[in-house]
Structures are given as C-alpha cells and as structure tokens.
Design a protein around this ligand. Structure first.
Ligand code: UDX
Length: 437
C-alpha cells in the first residue's frame, strides 16, 4: 500500500521504516532541514538499535523515501500517519497540539479523496474530533476519514515492539478505515499479534491509561523498595514473589531512581490535565507523579549520606546519564535532577555515559565528562550508578576501589552484588535491599 508518514522524529521514523520493511511503499515527510538532509543522505538522526540497517535496506530496495514536501509525500497515498511531536505546553502541562493541527491542515489540502488519516502522535481524548473538524474546514467536500492508532514503542526496543507488538490498537467507527488499517498491519497480525478495534476516543485514552498504569507499577515498587530498606527485606525477592502471580506479572517491577523518558512524565501529566478538564481528578496518577518527582531528590540524599553526610568540595562520579540504557535520550532522565541536587549541595561532578554525553551537555552544566567508567571513578570521593548499561555489569569491584579516593558507591539499579562490593571494601548502598553497609 502507498503510505505517507508525517514527521520523521522518533515515532515517525521507526513507523515509516517498519512499514516499509513489511512491504509498503512509504514516503516520510519532515520539515526540519537538517534532519531531512541527514535522512536523504542515509543517516539516522536518533540512536535506535537496528534502525540504520533497516532504513538502508529499505531505501536500497526503493520502499522508503524522504521529502520536505507534504504534497509529494501524500501523492497517491491511501493512508497518512501523523507522527509529529506533542510536547507538554509550558503554560499548563497540557499536550501542545499545534504541530498535529498544522499537519492536519496540510494533509487535508494534499491528500486525495478517500484517504485515511491516522494520528500516531500521543494525543488527548477528543483530538481526533478536532483533527476531523480542521480537515473538513480546510478541504470541504473531500472525503477524509480520521482514525487513531497509538504507538507503544519502547526506545531501544522499538523495532521489535513494532514488528511483534502485544497489540495494535485502531480507533475508528468507519468500516472502510478499519479495513484499510487491517490491510496495513496484516503482515504483523498474520504473525499472531492482536489488532483491537475500538472507538477513536477509547483508542486515544488507551495510550495514556497504558502509560499511567506502567508508571504506577514502577512508583509502587519504588515505595516497596523504601519499605524493604526500613524493614530489612529485599525488593528483588518481593518483586519476584508478587510477579509470579499472573494477575500482576514481573515486568515493570524493577525498583530504581524513578521513571523518566519522553513518555511517562509527559503522558501522566497530560492524563491528569484531561481528567481535571473532565471534572474527575485521578488521585492515583496525581500521587505517582509527585512521588516520582520527590524520589529523584531522595536519591541525591542517598549519595550525600554515603559520602559521610557532606559533599561540599567533594568529587562525585556519576555512571550513566540517559533515562535508561540502549538510548542516547536525556529527556526527563533522573540523572538530571540527581546531579543538580548534588551540585546545589556543593559537589563537583564527573560523569560517563556510553551514548548520552552529547545530549547531556544540553541538559547539564559544569560536568567533567570522562571516556570510560574507570576514568570517571579515578580519585572520586563517592560514586553513583544511575543508568544500568550492560558494560557497568562487567566492572571489576577491586579495580573500581583502587581507582577511587574513597570506595563509596550508591547503586540505583542494583547492578552489583552487595556481598562482592563489601568484600572489595566498598561502602555500598543500593535500592530496597540493604541497610547502608
Ligand atoms: C515507554 C513505554 O514503555 C512505551 O510503551 C511507550 O509508548 C513510551 O514510553 P520508554 O519511555 O522508551 O517507553 O521507556 P521504558 O522502557 O518504558 O522505561 C521508562 C522509564 O521507566 C525509564 O526511566 C526506566 O528506567 C523506568 N523503569 C522501567 C523502571 O524504573 N523500572 C521498570 O521496571 C521499568
């Protein structure tokens, strides 16, 4: 099928490349001049494992092209996916829909009669109605159907999430749009993934509810972790024990410094705004947002404690900066709030991250960046592991100890074995499993 994807950011690019991979003829429209130049030259502007190779293959085989012109992108397209950004509006935290609406106007002009327009961007409930109205006003008389199909892609695993999803959600009450979207996703549903068809509004809400629920799991286990520390229990064991109940499940029960990233913080805020506007405050979601914010500062206090109650003038080594491993994304990374709190307390910060240091420069000031973990630990008075990159699992505790001025480490992802760290002479603290050694 001929498909146009508007917006070649994270979601748009992964969607476009994967749709090409399953056999469609895809045009990606991107207005950012620098980004389009990179894409046209075969470069991938984001870090996502496997994407570069997949894009190269589909370009070589002529299934995907990039253009700055919406008219060219929509030329002959039966389906148009809108995958532009919906950042939080600075004024009130509501999702900023200006890019979605601008795209809707342009698509309405450029698309041919009968096109199905699908919002893939994460948008508040009712946005599909606004998009439909804007398109009808822009191109009166043209038959355009507006559907919703939210994405559930995890950074670092986006291609697998697209190709083998737990479910595909389609929101429409138009039989022709449903048939077209079933045909688009047939190569994926043919492999066993479920396609769920619901109303457009339910589809829009599914995305926010899914992310808020996952964020609740994380906030919950983080509070259990605090309790474990107080009563000398082990959060990993508790998570295993409750996770074996199939009604609960073990996934998203890893305690840590709190959730970050481009979705959970933004989507929980946007859901709260929608609920507030509907006159129905969601108290569980309100609480989890507050709990998650406070948690980051609490993590900085753990570091201060292990450094003997004072970090003024001391050097703290930070291992891992991105909001999770497998990405270079620094958006809402817990490291930002933790580092800022430590700097406010007078600490000098050294940092190392395998992929995130270039982006980190835009979010953090006065950081001494190092080229590897041991170099980062060299002469440090205390260290904190914030992101669980695999390469940190292979670090040798004895070599770490020898590098540091004082062997004191807070492990916010429970990467290390407390007994091994104690044996190496570390003052070691982690999450939900030990009193301070
Ligand atoms: C998330 C959703 O998983 C995805 O479905 C949605 O479409 C976009 O948002 P992503 O932001 O890429 O994806 O990251 P994810 O792997 O879900 O992790 C989010 C945050 O939660 C990270 O900061 C991670 O460290 C944290 N997390 C996750 C935990 O602290 N514990 C866990 O058990 C899982």
């Amino acid at each position: 099928m001929k498909i146009c994807v508007v917006g070649a950011g994270y979601v748009g690019l992964v969607t476009g490349v994967c749709l090409a991979e399953i056999g469609h003829d895809v045009a990606c429209v991107e207005i950012d001049a620098e980004r389009i130049a990179m894409l046209e030259g075969g470069d991938v502007p984001i870090y996502e494992p496997g994407l570069r190779e997949l894009m190269a293959r589909n370009r070589a085989e002529g299934r995907i092209r990039f253009t700055a012109e919406i008219a060219s992108g929509c030329d002959g397209a039966e389906i148009v996916f809108i995958a532009v950004g919906t950042p939080p509006r600075a004024s009130d935290g509501h999702a900023d829909l200006s890019q979605v609406f601008a795209s809707a106007r342009q698509v309405a002009q450029a698309a041919r009669d009968g096109t199905v327009v699908v919002t893939k961007s994460t948008v508040p409930v009712g946005t599909g109605d606004d998009v439909a109205r804007i398109m009808a006003e822009t191109a009166p008389g043209k038959r355009l159907s507006v559907a919703s199909s939210p994405e559930f892609l995890r950074e670092g695993a986006a291609i697998a999430d697209f190709m083998k999803p737990d479910r595909i959600v389609v929101g429409t009450d138009d039989a022709a749009a449903e048939a077209a979207l079933r045909a688009v996703f047939a190569p994926i549903t043919g492999q066993g993934s479920t396609l769920l068809v619901v109303s457009r509004r339910s589809s829009e809400l599914i995305k926010y509810a899914a992310n808020a629920f996952l964020a609740t799991k994380i906030a919950f286990i983080n509070e259990v972790a605090d309790l474990c520390e107080a009563v000398d229990a082990n959060v990993g064991d508790v998570a295993a024990g409750i996770g074996l109940d199939s009604r609960i499940g073990r996934k998203f029960l890893n305690a840590g410094p709190g959730f970050g990233g481009s979705c959970f913080p933004k989507d929980t805020m946007a859901l709260l705004k929608t609920a507030h506007d509907a006159g129905l405050p969601m108290r569980i979601v309100e609480t989890l947002v507050t709990v998650n914010d406070q948690r980051r500062r609490a993590m900085a206090r753990k570091v201060i404690r292990i450094a003997g109650g004072e970090v003024r003038g001391k050097t703290v080594a930070v291992l891992g900066l991105t909001f999770k491993p497998g990405t270079d994304d620094m958006r809402e990374a817990p490291s930002i709030a933790i580092i800022t709190a430590l700097q406010d307390a007078g600490a000098r910060i050294r940092a190392y991250d395998p992929e995130g240091m270039a982006n980190a420069r835009r979010h953090l000031k006065d950081i001494d960046y190092r080229r590897d973990a041991y170099e980062c630990l060299e002469g440090a008075d205390a260290a904190v592991l914030v992101t669980e990159w695999d390469e940190f699992r292979d670090l040798d505790p004895a070599r770490m100890r020898d590098a540091m001025a004082t062997p004191a480490l807070v492990d916010l992802r429970n990467v290390f074995d407390p007994a091994a760290m104690a044996a190496a002479g570390f003052r070691y603290d982690s999450i939900g499993r030990s009193a301070l050694a």
